[in-house]
Design a protein around this ligand. Structure first.
Ligand code: SF4
Length: 384
C-alpha cells in the first residue's frame, strides 16, 4: 500500500448538487474524528497481524490524500496530529518530504495562519474547490466562498511556499445561469495553478438540484452544451500550457496528481474514514458511510468495512481497460489481443482516438464518448 486516502466527512452546509456522504456540522468533532481514524488504522492492522508497517507503505509510502467533505474545516492542530500519527504509523517520518500530501480545501478556509500550519504539518499540495469565478453561480451552488477568495487563497498558499495547487471547476451548468465558462477558464488559468480538475455537473437524486429540476425551476445542460464546454476547456487550457493527462484532469509542467494517477493505473491503496474505499489489487472494500455509524464501529474496535467485493479476472481486465483509456497513456495494442479492432480503427478515423507508440489513446472527442467506446471494445472481445 503506497497510497493512503483519508476521508474527512464534515461540511458546513450541503452544496446544491452534492450527494456525497457528508456530515453537516457547525462544530467539527475534530478530536473524535482523529481518534476514530487512528482507531480504524489499528483495527486494520489487527486484522492482518502478520503484516509490518512496510506492508502498509513504510518507507515506500508515496501519497496521502485528505479528501472530503471539507478537510480544511478540521482545525490545523487536528490535521497536524493526524498526519504526525500517520507518518509514525507508516514509518514515513524520514521520507516525508518525498511524499505527496494533498489537502482538499475550501478557498475561505485558506488563511495565512492555516496555510502556515498546514505546511508545517506536512501538506505540500492543496486542491481548492473553486468551482466558478462568478458570485451568482457560487451562490446558486450553495458554496460558502465568493470568487475573490479563490485568488486570495492561491496567493496565501504561495506565500507560505505551497505552489502545488489544483483548482476544481464545474461546467455544464443550467443555461438560465448564463455562466460564462470561457471567462471562468481564463480566470483560472490566469492564476497559474499547477493543476486543474474539471467536472461536468451531474444531477444526483435527493439533491436540491434534482428537486429544482423536477419542479421545473431549472433544467440540466444538454449533451451538446456539455460537449461544447468540455472541448472549449481543452482548447483554451492547451493554449495556456495545460495538458489533459486524464479525462477530467489537466496539469502544467508535468505536475500531475500522483495520488489520483495511482488510482488510474490500478495500484493498491488504503482508505480510512467514513465512506472511504480501499483496493488491494484484487479486493475492493467500502467503509460505512455515515459518520456516527463509522465512529461507533471503530470505537468498538471493529473494522468499518460495510461492503467487500472480490473482482473476477474479467472485471479486473475491464476495469484496467477503462482506467487506461481515461488517461493519456491509453491502452497497449497488445492488450487488445492483436491488430486494432475495427471499432477502434473507426474512432481513429473519426478523430476520437489515436495510436501512439503502439498504444490506443482517446482524444478529447473520444473521452466524451468513453462509455460507448468501452462497450464497443468489450463486445468485440466477447465476440472474439
Ligand atoms: S463542499 Fe464538497 S462535499 Fe461538501 S457539500 Fe459541497 S460539494 Fe459536497
Amino acid at each position: 500500500m503506497r497510497h493512503l486516502y483519508v476521508h474527512v466527512p464534515f461540511c458546513q452546509r450541503r452544496c446544491s448538487y452534492c450527494d456525497f456522504s457528508i456530515a453537516v456540522r457547525k462544530r467539527i468533532p475534530a478530536r473524535e474524528y482523529v481518534e476514530a481514524v487512528l482507531g480504524e488504522l489499528a483495527a486494520v492492522r489487527a486484522a492482518h497481524p502478520g503484516r509490518e508497517p512496510e506492508d502498509y507503505g513504510g518507507e515506500s509510502l508515496e501519497t496521502i490524500y485528505l479528501g472530503g467533505g471539507t478537510p480544511s474545516l478540521l482545525p490545523p492542530e487536528a490535521i497536524s496530529a493526524l498526519l504526525t500519527s500517520l507518518f509514525d504509523a507508516f514509518r514515513a517520518t524520514s521520507s516525508r518530504d518525498a511524499l505527496e500530501v494533498t489537502l482538499e480545501a475550501n478557498p475561505e478556509d485558506v488563511t495565512l495562519d492555516h496555510a502556515t500550519a498546514w505546511r508545517h504539518a506536512g501538506i505540500n499540495r492543496v486542491s481548492l474547490g473553486a468551482q466558478s469565478f462568478d458570485d451568482r453561480v457560487l451562490k446558486w451552488m450553495h458554496r460558502s466562498h465568493d470568487a475573490s477568495r479563490i485568488g486570495d487563497a492561491v496567493q496565501t498558499l504561495r506565500a507560505v511556499g505551497m505552489d502545488n495547487i489544483s483548482l476544481d471547476l464545474i461546467f455544464a451548468l443550467p443555461s438560465e445561469l448564463e455562466r460564462n465558462w470561457a471567462r471562468d477558464l481564463d480566470l483560472a488559468a490566469d492564476l497559474l495553478p499547477a493543476h486543474l480538475s474539471l467536472y461536468g455537473l451531474t444531477v444526483e437524486e435527493r439533491t436540491p438540484l434534482a428537486r429544482w429540476i423536477s419542479s421545473g425551476a431549472t433544467s440540466a445542460a444538454d449533451d451538446e452544451r456539455y460537449a461544447e464546454e468540455y472541448l472549449l476547456a481543452h482548447m483554451r487550457l492547451a493554449d495556456c500550457g495545460y495538458h489533459f493527462y486524464e479525462v477530467s484532469n489537466a496539469a502544467r509542467d508535468g505536475r500531475r496528481s500522483r495520488h489520483n494517477s495511482a488510482y488510474w493505473s490500478g495500484r493498491a491503496y488504503l482508505g480510512l474514514g467514513p465512506a472511504a474505499h480501499s483496493f488491494d489489487g484484487r479486493v475492493r472494500r467500502w467503509n460505512r458511510s455515515a459518520w456516527e455509524s463509522y465512529r461507533r464501529a471503530v470505537g468498538a474496535g471493529l473494522l468499518a468495512v460495510e461492503v467487500e467485493e472480490t473482482l473476477t479476472e474479467e472485471q479486473r481486465e475491464l476495469e484496467s481497460l477503462y482506467l487506461a483509456l481515461r488517461t493519456d497513456a491509453g491502452v497497449p495494442l497488445a492488450a487488445l489481443c492483436g491488430p486494432l479492432p475495427p471499432c477502434a480503427a473507426m474512432w481513429v478515423e473519426r478523430g476520437w482516438a489515436e495510436v501512439r507508440d503502439q498504444r490506443l489513446a482517446c482524444r478529447p472527442e473520444g473521452w466524451l464518448r468513453l462509455d460507448a467506446l468501452i462497450r464497443d471494445l468489450t463486445s468485440v472481445g466477447r465476440a472474439g
